[in-house]
Ligand binder design. Structure first.
Ligand code: SAM
Length: 204
């Protein structure tokens, strides 16, 4: 049974997509991208990691549809583009403890303090991502907003993530990382990016 994060009301019976059927062997290392936007990361992943599988969830229909078409035209079957709110979709798409990685790149910052609860990485979402990751699974979070990065690192460590770079520390840029659409721009202009690399501990 799946429960609403807000009030513990039951939402649906356990009934998850058959990812092995959709992705074959690659489903063993299934990854999730939340807020794929124009799809730079998803398209880069599709090409660079043919043996791995990614589900890219984007709430804006136009963006999700454009990404789906590009994946089809380029013949990439290892990435699936879905349209919807990842907060609602993720617990219906994946069993707890199954994701190899979750990617959140440049989420909307919601500047005003009274809007912070709308931020993607709030308490409920942090807990949800932790639950969906398998032990050792990675959360790859990138932002151009220093304050968001600092809030997120505190929250994510508090909720139980292990910071792979040491408590309170940000990750350096790794040129082997696949850049998102927005990140490509920042890499060209030199605008700073704060990167978090955290894992679900193997023993909680
Ligand atoms: C600033 S853009 C960044 C896009 C992309 N990750 C990049 O780095 O280029 C944030 C994206 O997250 C999407 N988004 C925000 N909240 C979301 C949610 N709850 N579920 C799915 N997508 C979401 C927005 O529609 C937008 O496309």
């Amino acid at each position: 049974m799946i429960f609403n994060l807000e009030d513990d009301a039951p939402l649906a019976l356990d009934h998850f997509p058959d990812w092995n059927h959709r992705f074959g062997e690659a489903a063993q290392g299934l990854e999730l991208e939340i807020g794929s936007g124009h799809g730079g990361y998803a398209l880069g992943f599709a090409k660079a990691r043919p043996g791995r599988a990614l589900v890219a969830v984007e709430q804006r229909k136009k963006f999700a549809e454009e990404l789906r078409q590009k994946l089809e035209v380029r013949g990439h079957a290892n990435v699936l583009a879905l349209q919807g709110d990842a907060r609602l979709l993720a617990p219906r798409l994946f069993r707890a403890g199954t994701l190899a990685a979750v990617h959140v790149h440049f989420p909307d910052p919601w500047w005003k303090r009274r809007h912070h609860r709308r931020r993607l990485v709030d308490d409920a979402m942090s807990g949800l991502i932790l639950r969906l990751l398998r032990p050792g699974g990675l959360l790859d979070f990138r932002t151009d907003v220093e304050r968001y990065a600092r809030d997120a690192i505190v929250r994510l460590e508090e909720v139980g993530f292990e910071n792979l770079c040491g408590e309170g520390a940000f990750a350096p840029h790794d040129p082997a990382e696949i850049p998102s659409t927005r990140e490509k721009r920042y890499l060209a202009t030199g605008q700073p990016v704060w990167r978090l690399r955290l894992a679900r501990p193997c023993v909680i």
